[in-house]
Design a protein around this ligand. Structure first.
Ligand code: NAD
Length: 488
């Protein structure tokens, strides 16, 4: 297995993300050999934990892999904990001592990965101290991994980026968008670029519209405090949805290198139209979930959720139409929608092709369009609808579906998105991370929408919990004679 020795310094080691995603990912990397003898993890957070307690917590989070005792002991022996307040200079001095000691003990070549699994307001102070207290090494690599959200708008993102780039050059900054680690997102380029029938029709001549849906079944859960200040537009559209859009819209590549992909994605995002207030009102709708029921289960309204203001105007649903103003896509709507408490959980892309201009079998009736569905989660795969002759007399056409979905065994072997992305960081490959220019342009696109919404004080449309959003989200497509392909 190709790998590098590395010291992982994890800020936020007692947090939810660390326990649910990061420790299991580290363990999978350990099993695969990508983390072998020459690695160590320093966990830091405010709580006073001992190394022993830390190892117990890590051990707990990897139970589902059923490690043998020997395997578990070998893995856990690489974990160390330091209580740490990110704004206390003294703590960085201790951190440096431990880091240098582990570097010598495990022969780590001064390679360091700083994983900031903490609230964004701490990112700036942490990187400043990493440099100030000389934790950043002279000889090895120093890479910083940053969780979302990267800013709350363009201005705050730029400020944050300025702080980080004072310490780390752009090529050492790995902005995580965990969707980019998903198998099927990475598959978008393979499917587009290696199938001639798709590659040649991936443009305005053959594609009628493109639909991206990120549907969540859950409500806001315990994240009300954060979410109520963010909303669906910033939480989902600015990052995940625009990232997927850029992979779908970008120009084809002669070779899929990191630099080529990033340049092409940036170009695609730069071509997304930044809307005037009038265009925002025409092309974007937001809504908030009201109480609802599905079967015999009842769900409370968003405003009744814990830590949400009872007069909240935060949107839990967004649907909109993006336009990509270039020769390839001119006039092709990219419809997007995302929301909480929708009918069903699922992330998928639908490519709706144009219809044949005439139906040779029945001039009165249009033949249904071909639709390519890319299933991203919870199942992964593709489906393509095609028209055939209905069995029997006459010449009626009927759509059929050619479908490929991963079976459960293959799913199990699919590395978790985080595992893949952390491995990329160890290798220094930033292909599946967001560059600053992408983040910056995404914020410009989103800010135009947000500012228009924040200026008005009209009623926010409501949708019943466990439905696919408000009427307005369906009308948005209807007015162009389109409809959402996925109707759970
Ligand atoms: P969390 O609240 O569970 O954990 C935060 C961690 O920060 C804890 O370990 C806490 O001890 C530590 N901390 C807080 N203040 C500190 C201080 N002053 N000094 C030192 N340590 C301090 O948060 P989380 O859910 O683990 O999320 C962490 C980051 O990851 C956030 O940026 C979040 O947006 C992002 N994220 C989380 C998830 C998820 O599934 N949990 C998913 C995507 C992104």
């Amino acid at each position: 297995v190709k790998t590098n020795p590395v010291l992982i310094v994890l800020f936020g080691a007692t947090g939810d993300l660390a326990q649910r995603k990061l420790y299991p990912s580290f363990f999978r990397l350990f099993r695969s050999g990508a983390l072998a003898e020459r690695f160590a993890v320093i966990g830091t957070a405010r709580r006073e934990w001992s190394d022993e307690h830390f190892r117990d917590v890590v051990s707990e989070s990897i139970q589902s892999f059923q490690p043998t005792e020997a395997e578990k002991a070998a893995f856990l022996s690489h974990f160390y904990y330091r209580a740490h307040d990110v704004s206390d200079v003294e703590h960085y001095v201790h951190l440096k001592e431990l880091a240098d000691r582990l570097d010598a003990k495990y022969d780590l070549d001064q390679n360091r990965m700083y994983y900031l699994a903490m609230a964004p307001q701490f990112f700036g102070p942490i990187v400043t101290h990493l440099k100030g207290q000389q934790i950043v090494t002279e000889n090895g690599f120093n890479r910083v991994v940053i969780e979302k959200p990267f800013g709350m708008d363009y201005d705050s993102a730029e400020k944050l980026n300025d702080q980080i780039t004072q310490v780390f050059p752009e090529e050492d900054i790995f902005r995580i968008d965990h969707y980019l680690g998903k198998e099927m997102i990475q598959n978008i380029l393979a499917v587009r670029l290696t199938n001639p029938f798709l590659e040649s029709s991936w443009n305005r001549d053959y594609i009628e519209n493109i639909q991206i849906t990120f549907a969540e079944e859950l409500g806001v859960e315990e994240r009300g405090g954060y979410y109520d200040h963010s909303g669906a537009l910033k939480d989902m559209v600015q990052n995940h949805i625009l990232q997927v859009l850029s992979l779908l819209a970008m120009e084809p590549l002669a070779s899929v290198s990191e630099a080529n992909i990033q340049t092409a994605k940036i170009k695609a995002l730069n071509d997304v139209r930044i809307y005037s207030p009038e265009e925002v009102r025409e092309n974007f709708v937001r809504a908030q979930y009201a109480a609802g029921r599905l079967g015999d289960q009842g769900f409370v309204a968003y405003k009744e959720e814990p830590n949400v203001a009872s007069d909240s105007r935060t949107e839990t649903f967004v649907a909109g139409k993006f336009m990509v103003d270039n020769p390839r896509w001119n006039g092709v709507p990219f419809y997007v929608r995302t929301g909480k408490r929708l009918t069903e959980k699922g992330t998928r892309v639908n490519i709706v092709f144009k219809k044949v201009p005439v139906n040779p079998f029945d001039a009165e009736k249009a033949v249904p369009a071909n639709d390519l569905t890319i299933y991203i989660q919870p199942t992964e795969g593709f489906a393509l609808t095609m028209n055939r002759k209905e069995i029997g007399q006459g010449f009626n056409t009927q759509p059929i579906k050619l479908e490929y979905r991963h079976d459960s065994e293959m799913m199990e072997n699919t590395p978790e998105a985080y595992e893949r992305l952390i491995y990329d960081v160890i290798l220094g490959d930033a292909t599946n991370f967001a560059r600053w220019e992408e983040v910056a342009q995404s914020w410009r696109i989103i800010d135009a929408i947000r500012e228009t919404w924040d200026r008005g004080n009209e009623e926010i449309p409501k949708y019943a919990a466990r439905t696919m959003g408000p009427k307005e989200a369906f009308d948005l497509l209807k007015k162009e004679n389109h409809q959402w392909v996925w109707k759970p």
